[in-house]
Design a protein. Structure first.
Length: 245
């Protein structure tokens, strides 16, 4: 079971920002010895989940998607969310997503893309740092204070753009604002040219189980327009979907 755990840690070390990693980099990210990482990669390569195009660094192969696709496609939330996103996207003509909190990241479980606003390809199964996204901040705002403080204590902030929050104090303020308002707006903090707004999705009993967002091109839609024309239908879609959970 230790070998299985190590193999999963190695797979989770790959991100959209770091799609190709060496044994040394994987060892550093996972805190697993280089020898153990090498053994994990040998097994994963035999299973057709990773390969080394240059004999030095490794990258994931499409077969790794089989690990999570059954969950993403089969959960009731993912199924009903996709239909809701398709309808919302037709109404707004913008890309829409639903994500859950998975450790320190948001995990995209449903998405309808109208245009490619981001430099990386986002789809089902994609993961991004929770602190850097509108959906992540909505989900973080629903955590108990003790859990949130633990998260903030280990969060590794990095500057994606000149607008990105640069301190834990600023991030704490953003999360508190999301809690007060019931929504979060990310204004080009993750990528220049991209604005997004996210709202929580509630299960019976009022527990936040996911977040829904809409992404818009910053050159075409201002923050004021997001609040006036994007936020209301987004809230209605999330509320309608929440009633079915």
């Amino acid at each position: 079971m230790l070998s299985l755990a190590r193999g999963l840690e190695v797979l989770n070390a790959f991100t959209p920002q770091r799609q190709r990693l060496t044994i040394s980099q994987l060892s550093q990210k996972t805190q697993i010895s280089r020898a153990a990482v090498r053994r994990c990669l040998y097994t994963l390569a035999t299973l057709g989940m990773v390969h080394s195009p240059d004999g030095r660094s490794y990258e994931l192969l499409p077969r790794v998607l089989t690990v999570g696709f059954a969950y993403l496609a089969g959960t009731p939330l993912a199924k009903v969310a996709q239909t809701a996103l398709d309808n919302l996207s037709k109404t707004l003509n913008h890309s829409c997503s639903v994500a859950t909190l998975d450790g320190d990241n948001v995990l995209y479980i449903a998405r309808t893309a109208v245009d490619n606003l981001m430099s990386i390809d986002i789809g089902r199964g994609s993961r991004l740092p929770a602190w850097a996204t509108s959906m992540g901040r909505v989900l973080l705002s629903a955590l108990p204070e003790e859990e949130l403080e633990i998260y903030l204590g280990r969060a590794k902030l990095m500057r994606y753009t000149q607008h990105t929050v640069s301190s834990v104090a600023q991030l704490r303020e953003e999360i508190a604002r999301a809690r007060r308002q019931g929504y979060a707006i990310n204004d080009q903090q993750l990528e220049i040219g991209l604005r997004s707004v996210a709202v929580p999705m509630l299960a019976r009993g009022g527990k936040v189980v996911a977040a829904m967002n809409v992404g818009v091109p910053a050159a075409e839609v201002s923050v004021a327009e997001i609040r006036a024309s994007i936020l209301p239908p987004l809230r209605r879609a999330a509320a309608d979907l929440s009633m079915s959970l």
